[in-house]
Design a protein around this ligand. Structure first.
Ligand code: SF4
Length: 199
């Protein structure tokens, strides 16, 4: 890997899913080949708006930190070969967490893979079988059918989360609440970073 287009590198708490509350470094890689209407990171879609960085530059703020969790997100980070990025992270003793929609092949060495599939571009079934965590965004009742379809491709140890679409969260939380009580293999994921107004 030569360089990656980097939209942001920051330290914060993981806001959502199974690892919510976990102090983590985030590398937001620019570029996305999915294009969801509700995306809250549209500014990261165009990689040409960001400068590229080599591994030394990417890990400069991270390498001496006490925080040893690294979340790689986007955009859609699997547009790139992440083998060298995760190799470098491992040499620094970091635990590696991937956030992906699952539409591309997954490269690299990951301790945790969260697949958040999108209906406008369905994921590869292969990605779903690699997921430690499935996180489906829910806005309307019909999204639950999609969620169940995605769940059917996951492996038996995968955890399953339903997350309200932020701009429709009042309606979506009602739908999710009732659904989880009737289908208790699912759990609720909230975007706590948005409630806390942190990155
Ligand atoms: S896959 Fe993620 S980054 Fe890409 S458009 Fe959808 S929500 Fe946004």
């Amino acid at each position: 890997m030569k360089e990656l287009p980097i939209a942001d590198i920051f330290l914060s708490l993981q806001g959502e899913g199974h690892n919510a509350g976990m102090p983590s470094w985030f590398i937001r890689i620019a570029g996305c080949n999915v294009g969801c209407e509700f995306c809250d990171e549209k500014k990261a879609w165009n990689k040409n708006n960001f400068k590229t960085m080599n591994l030394e530059e990417i890990f400069f703020p991270i390498q001496s930190s006490q925080v040893k969790n690294l979340v790689v997100t986007g955009g859609e980070p699997t547009m790139y070969d992440l083998t060298d990025l995760t190799k470098k992270a491992k040499t620094l003793g970091l635990k590696t967490f991937l956030e992906t929609s699952g539409v591309n092949e997954i490269t690299g060495q990951w301790d945790w893979i969260c697949v958040s599939p999108k209906q406008n571009k369905e994921p590869l079934q292969y990605s779903l079988t690699k997921a430690n965590e499935l996180k489906v965004v829910i806005e309307e009742d019909k999204d639950l059918t999609f969620a169940e379809k995605m769940k059917s491709f996951t492996n038996p140890t995968c955890l399953h989360y339903l997350q309200p679409q932020w701009t429709e969260k009042e309606k979506a939380i009602d739908i999710i609440y009732n659904y989880i009580l009737a289908n208790p293999t699912w759990q609720l994921s909230l975007q706590t970073h948005k409630y806390l107004n942190i990155k």
